[in-house]
Design a protein around this ligand. Structure first.
Ligand code: C2E
Ligand code: CA
Ligand code: CA
Length: 242
């Protein structure tokens, strides 16, 4: 119903590439503007949508919106074109059509497969077979895949060993206390080194201070995401900012 009433909206949050100091991409985050309850956090409704399989049409809507955003950015002359990173829930992975659908839409829009990235959350029970299938399918087509929220929840190191993710998104828990906790800095440093050692890019989430960004720069971490760089905004405002 929310889809039909157009209450769902995609917001985009910048993904900052630290060394060249540029916005390399955006993460697509869903928003639900409920007529009576106001803005409802995805943290509240995504889990429910998963249980009821409604995540499938919602996920398709987000894929569609992400592609529309890329087309709008291209038409606005934004160059080089940033990539859009899309959250994919475990339930969607079981739909074989996901990649096929994405490929058709990319082709129709005249976009390269490198224009999108997929994010798979590691805090949920990772469905190994489906994820490895998705990874090999994506590899063939040149679609990059990120492991999301690494370091919380299940944090299974064999996932890192066995599944060749392009990017590992390190949860904000590791950057939050670097000011007061020497152990947090040591952990972050070791995780970034581990991610690099397996040939993946590291992205740290929830970067809110200049001090945190400077630490990431020192550690050679490729990407940073967080309120310091920018909050999630509707496409219209992203375009206004160029
Ligand atoms: P996530 O994928 O880890 O997304 C990052 C969350 O951290 C977002 O919350 C974002 O607004 C927030 N965030 C970003 N920078 C900062 C910061 O500097 N400080 C703090 N405190 N928070 C920051 P949001 O948008 O509420 O999304 C919550 C979760 O909902 C997401 O976590 C993701 O797991 C899920 N989600 C959002 N959109 C979608 C979607 O389209 N599909 C699926 N399957 N899940 C989604
Ligand atoms: Ca994410
Ligand atoms: Ca995350």
């Amino acid at each position: 119903e929310a889809l039909g009433r157009r209450e769902l909206e995609m917001h985009l949050q910048p993904l900052y590439e630290i060394a060249p100091q540029r916005i390399a991409g955006y993460e697509a985050l869903i928003r639900w503007n409920h007529p009576e309850r106001g803005a409802i956090s995805p943290a509240e409704f995504i889990a429910l949508a998963e249980e009821t399989s409604l995540i499938v049409p919602v996920g398709e809507y987000m894929l569609h919106e992400a592609i529309a955003a890329l087309v709008a950015m291209r038409n606005a002359g934004i160059e080089p074109l940033p990539f859009v990173s899309i959250n994919v829930s475990p339930r969607q992975l079981r739909e074989a059509r996901l990649i096929e659908q994405l490929l058709v839409w990319l082709k129709d829009a005249g976009l390269s497969t490198t224009a999108v990235k997929l994010e798979i959350t590691e805090s949920q029970v990772l469905d190994y077979r489906h994820v490895s299938e998705l990874l090999s399918q994506c590899r063939i087509h040149g679609i990059r895949v990120a492991l999301d929220d690494f370091g919380t929840g299940f944090s299974n190191l064999s996932h890192l060993r066995e599944l060749a993710f392009d990017t590992v998104k390190i949860d904000q828990a590791f950057v939050r206390d670097i000011k007061t906790e020497p152990r947090a800095v040591a952990m972050l440093e070791a995780i970034v080194a581990l991610v690099h050692a397996i040939g993946a890019d590291a992205l740290v989430e929830g970067v809110e201070t200049q001090e945190q960004l400077e630490l990431l720069q020192r550690l050679g971490c490729r990407y940073a995401q967080g309120y310091l760089i920018g909050k999630p905004l509707p496409l219209k405002q992203v375009l206004e900012r160029g």
